[in-house]
Ligand binder design. Structure first.
Ligand code: ZN
Length: 139
């Protein structure tokens, strides 16, 4: 069976990292699927989805610092010449992180590690309400 749900995620923008593990777990639990895969997909090109150990060092400092090195906020971006906006770095970061994540579901539960949490990282330069598609495929 295939079940498709949406979850809404409020963010502050500017590399805000939001733990969406609980919301995803609820969607999986409410589906009748015991074994299969959940695919998560962020709609939009300035945020991405991955996993991390959700602790203050990584969440408040290390991940943001890494993205600032890879695609600095104050560098020059051709995208900003195209649209006269300010989020070239957000697009580059989101492209590198990727918009989606697949997690195996076994026995109706996400097969995450003990400290592994699913995060949405919003790189845009303003608060946003994100839509994440959760598509559960299995039986
Ligand atoms: Zn833009």
């Amino acid at each position: 069976m295939v079940k498709t749900e949406k979850i809404k995620v409020k963010t502050k923008g500017n590399c805000d990292i939001v733990n969406i593990t609980e919301q995803v777990g609820e969607v999986v639990a409410e589906s009748a699927v015991r074994d299969g895969t959940v695919t998560l997909f962020n709609v939009g090109s300035t945020a991405g989805i991955t996993t991390t150990e959700y602790e203050p060092g990584l969440v408040n400092y290390d991940i943001k610092a890494a993205f600032e090195k890879i695609a600095p906020e104050n560098a020059r971006y051709e995208h900003e010449e195209t649209w006269h906006d300010d989020n070239g770095h957000a697009h580059v970061r989101a492209s590198l992180l990727g918009p989606s994540l697949s997690v195996p579901v076994v026995g109706g539960r996400l097969t995450l590690g003990t400290w592994q949490q699913i995060i949405l990282v919003d790189f845009d330069t303003r608060p946003r309400t994100r839509t994440v598609i959760c598509q559960i495929l299995g039986e």
